[in-house]
Write a protein that binds this ligand. Structure first.
Ligand code: HSE
Length: 310
C-alpha cells in the first residue's frame, strides 16, 4: 500500500452497569488497528481483515469500518478517492468490549488522518455511529464516543449525539474478563423488557447521577455505592456463564462494583487499585478455568487518549 498510515481505536466498557446506552469509557489493551493507503482504483476497498477468522464482511458497504469511512468520505466529497484499508482486529468480536465500535472509529479516524480533513475529532462521531449501527441494529454511541474521544463519555441523547466527556479518576482499575463465548448485541438487546418499575427507574437515575458526580469529585466510596444496576444486569445475567458466582468472588475480594461490560459476555470489576484488579482478574480466570470455560482478561485504568495515529 502506498503512503500508508496506521491508526488504532481502543475497546470500551459501555453502560458501566448504571448507564445503559448512555455511558461508556475507553480502556487500554484491546482494540482495532487499521492501515490505510493509496488504492489502485477509484473508491474505498478493504484489502484484508486480520484477526476476525472470516467473520466480518470485506465489502466496505457492509463492514462497520467501511460504512463509517464511506460516510465521512461522502460528507467531505471524497468518495471517489482511491483508498485501500487493511483491518487488524486486536480484540475479540461479540465480546461486549465494543468491537464493532472500535472498527467504526478506526475506519473513520483512518480516513480523517490520511486525508487530513481538518475536521475536529468530535465531528467524526456521527460517521462512526453510522458504522456501528449496522452491526448493533440500534443507534447508541456509548462505545463509539469513548473509543473515539477517550475517557468516560456521557451521551445525553443518542439521536442528536449530545454528549459530555466527564472526568474519571485515574487510579481506579478495571479487571475485565471475557469468557470465550460470543453474544450478539442484537440478541442481548432482544431479551430486555420494554418496561421497568417506577421504583427501579428512580433508583437507577439516582445511582447514575451520583456516579457521575462522584467520579468528577473522585469520591471513590460514593462511586462504589452507585454501581448498582437495577434495570439491565438481572435481565442479561443468565446469558453469561456463572455471572452471579463471579460477582460474588469479585465483591468478596473488595471490588468497588461488578457488572456486565456492554452487552456481554465480558464482565468487569471496578477496583480501588491495580493490585486488587490484577488479583480479581486472576481469581476469575482460574474460577472459569475450573468450570472448563476459557477466558481472557485485561487490567486497565481509564484510557483518556481514545483513537490515535501511530
Ligand atoms: N449499550 C449497548 C448494550 C452496548 O448494552 O446493548 C452494546 O453495544
Amino acid at each position: 500500500m502506498k503512503n500508508a498510515i496506521k491508526v488504532f481505536a481502543p475497546a470500551t466498557i459501555a453502560n458501566l452497569g448504571i448507564g445503559f446506552d448512555h455511558l461508556g469509557l475507553a480502556i487500554y489493551g484491546p482494540g482495532d488497528e487499521i492501515i490505510i493507503g493509496e488504492g489502485s482504483e477509484k473508491g474505498l476497498k478493504i484489502k484484508e481483515i486480520k484477526g476476525a477468522k472470516g467473520r466480518l464482511p470485506i465489502d466496505p458497504t457492509k463492514n462497520t469500518a467501511g460504512v463509517a469511512a464511506l460516510s465521512l468520505l461522502e460528507a467531505i466529497g471524497a468518495k471517489d478517492y482511491a483508498l485501500e484499508m487493511s483491518i487488524h482486529k486486536k480484540m475479540p468480536i461479540g465480546s461486549g468490549l465494543g468491537s464493532s465500535a472500535a472498527s467504526a472509529v478506526a475506519g473513520v479516524f483512518a480516513v480523517h488522518k490520511y486525508l487530513r480533513t481538518g475536521l475536529d475529532v468530535s465531528e467524526l462521531l456521527p460517521h462512526a455511529v453510522k458504522g456501528e449501527q449496522i452491526a448493533s441494529g440500534a443507534k447508541h454511541a456509548d462505545n463509539v464516543a469513548p473509543s473515539l474521544l477517550g475517557g468516560m463519555v456521557y451521551i445525553r441523547d443518542n439521536q442528536t449525539l449530545d454528549y459530555k466527556r466527564i472526568y474519571f479518576p485515574k487510579g481506579i482499575f478495571f479487571a475485565v474478563v471475557y469468557p470465550e463465548i460470543s453474544i450478539l448485541t442484537r440478541d442481548a438487546r432482544s431479551v430486555l423488557s420494554k418496561s421497568v418499575s417506577l421504583e427501579n427507574a428512580i433508583q437507577q437515575a439516582a445511582n447514575f447521577a451520583c456516579f457521575v458526580t462522584a467520579a468528577n469529585s473522585s469520591d471513590l466510596d460514593l462511586m462504589a455505592r452507585c454501581l448498582d444496576d437495577r434495570l439491565i444486569e438481572h435481565q442479561r445475567a443468565s446469558l453469561i456463564p456463572y455471572f452471579n458466582e463471579m460477582k460474588e468472588i469479585a465483591m468478596n475480594k473488595g471490588a468497588m462494583g461488578f457488572s456486565i461490560s456492554g452487552a456481554g459476555p465480558s464482565v468487569f470489576a471496578m477496583c480501588f487499585n491495580q493490585i486488587e484488579a490484577e488479583n480479581i482478574a486472576e481469581k476469575l480466570q482460574s474460577f472459569l478455568k475450573g468450570k472448563k470455560i476459557q477466558a481472557t482478561t485485561w487490567v486497565s485504568d481509564i484510557n483518556n487518549d481514545g483513537a490515535y495515529l501511530f
